[in-house]
Design a protein. Structure first.
Length: 134
């Protein structure tokens, strides 16, 4: 597990949707790694000038077993000080050494333009290195 953890060069924040539209912070600043998924494809070119295609794609997200995600969790992954990849997560598939989650990326922005967590979100959170039990 420690050898794999050395590849965790990204940082992850996870927010879980709650009833009523708010969110709960599941983890913040967790070490992780993003990798291209085998199911990555380029968006189709626009049919009309000026219409941009929807550019959603999937990346594999590797985390420690303590940071397992649930289907629909909102995740933001920072790749150092350059970009933030934001999207929704699948359920994590966990092994004793790590978890693998598919992240459907819907937005990539410079870190300076990244939106913080939902201001209306439940402020309770699990500290780094701990998983969520809800």
């Amino acid at each position: 597990a420690e050898i794999l953890a050395r590849t965790y060069i990204h940082r992850l924040d996870v927010f879980r949707p709650l009833h009523g539209g708010s969110e709960k912070t599941v983890c913040q600043n967790q070490p992780c790694a993003l990798s291209r998924s085998a199911m990555v494809s380029a968006p189709a070119p626009p049919e009309r000038p000026g219409v941009l295609p929807e550019a959603r794609y999937r990346l594999a997200l590797y985390t420690r077993p303590e940071c397992a995600l649930r289907l629909g969790d909102r995740a933001a992954v920072r790749d150092g000080s350059v970009r933030v990849y934001s999207g929704r997560a699948s359920d994590s598939f966990c092994y004793p050494s790590h978890c693998v989650t598919i992240l459907e990326v819907s937005e990539v922005v410079p870190e300076s333009q990244a939106k913080p967590g939902n201001a209306e979100a439940d402020k309770s959170h699990v500290s780094p290195g701990k998983g969520a039990d809800s």
